[in-house]
Ligand binder design. Structure first.
Ligand code: TYD
Length: 209
C-alpha cells in the first residue's frame, strides 16, 4: 500500500485539533486495513518541547527572537520528517499531521516581517529542497474573530492568539490555498465539530480510495 501524507492547517481556534482525533478514530473504523498515524507539529520531540514551553511562556519573561523561533520550527520539522513522516510513509501508512510546514510559512511569514524581505516566499524557498509535500491539506477556514472567541475561554493562552495577528496569518493561509488549489481542500470550520469531521472524513476517503 502506498503511503499518504495528509495535513490539517488553520489558525488557532479553528478546531482542527479536536477534529483530528475524531477524524482518525473514524478513519480507523472505516478503513481498518490501513495503518493510520496521527501526528502533530510542534512535535513531542526535543525541539518541539522547547517550542511548546516558549509558546506558553509570558512574553515579558524573555525577549523573543523571531529568527531563532523560525529555525526551531524548521529543526522540529526536520526531526518530524526523519523520525515519523518518512518512516511511516515508507511502511505504507496514512499519516495525518495536525499542522505541518504550511504553518511555518503562514505564521513565521508574519513574525519575520520587517526582519527579512518577503518572509513568506523566503521560508517557502528554504523548505522547498527537502520538504515532503502532503498529498492533501485540509484547511480549516474560520473568521479570525470567531476563532479568537472560541479560544479566549481556554486556559493557558499562547502568545500567537491575538486578533490582528491571526487575521494576517489567515490571509497567508488563504494565499497558499489560492495558489495550490489541487492540494488544499478548504473546509468551513465555523460549522460544528460533527459536521466538520464528516466533511474531513469524506475528503480523506476521496484521496485514499
Ligand atoms: P498548536 O500546538 O497547533 O496550538 P494549539 O494546540 O494550541 O492549537 O501550535 C502552537 C502554536 O504554534 C500555534 O499558535 C501555531 C504556532 N506555529 C507556528 O507559529 N509555526 C509553526 O511552524 C507551527 C507548527 C506552529
Amino acid at each position: 500500500m502506498e503511503g499518504k501524507l495528509i495535513t490539517l492547517e488553520g489558525i488557532d481556534g479553528s478546531g482542527k485539533s479536536t477534529v483530528a482525533r475524531e477524524l482518525v478514530s473514524r478513519l480507523r473504523e472505516l478503513v481498518p486495513e490501513r495503518r493510520w498515524v496521527l501526528t502533530a507539529e510542534p512535535t513531542q520531540g526535543e525541539v518541539g518541547e522547547v517550542l511548546r514551553a516558549r509558546l506558553k511562556g509570558q512574553e515579558e519573561e524573555e525577549p523573543v527572537s523571531h529568527m531563532e523561533e523560525l529555525f526551531l520550527f524548521m529543526a522540529d520539522h526536520a526531526d518530524h520528517l526523519k523520525r515519523t513522516i518518512i518512516p511511516s510513509l515508507r511502511e505504507g501508512a496514512a499519516v495525518i499531521s495536525d499542522r505541518y510546514a504550511d504553518s511555518t510559512v503562514a505564521y513565521q511569514g508574519i513574525t519575520l516581517r520587517g526582519i527579512v524581505p518577503d518572509p513568506l516566499r523566503w521560508i517557502q524557498s528554504l523548505l522547498k529542497p527537502w520538504n515532503v509535500v502532503p498529498a492533501r491539506t485540509l484547511f480549516f477556514a474560520i473568521d479570525p474573530a470567531l476563532a479568537l472567541e472560541r479560544i479566549s475561554s481556554r486556559e493557558g493562552r499562547e502568545k500567537f492568539e491575538r486578533l490582528d495577528f491571526l487575521k494576517e496569518v489567515d490571509e497567508n493561509f488563504e494565499l497558499l490555498v489560492s495558489e495550490e488549489k489541487e492540494r488544499f481542500k478548504r473546509i468551513d470550520a465555523s460549522l460544528g465539530p460533527d459536521d466538520v469531521s464528516e466533511i474531513a472524513v469524506k475528503a480523506v476517503l476521496d484521496l485514499i480510495r
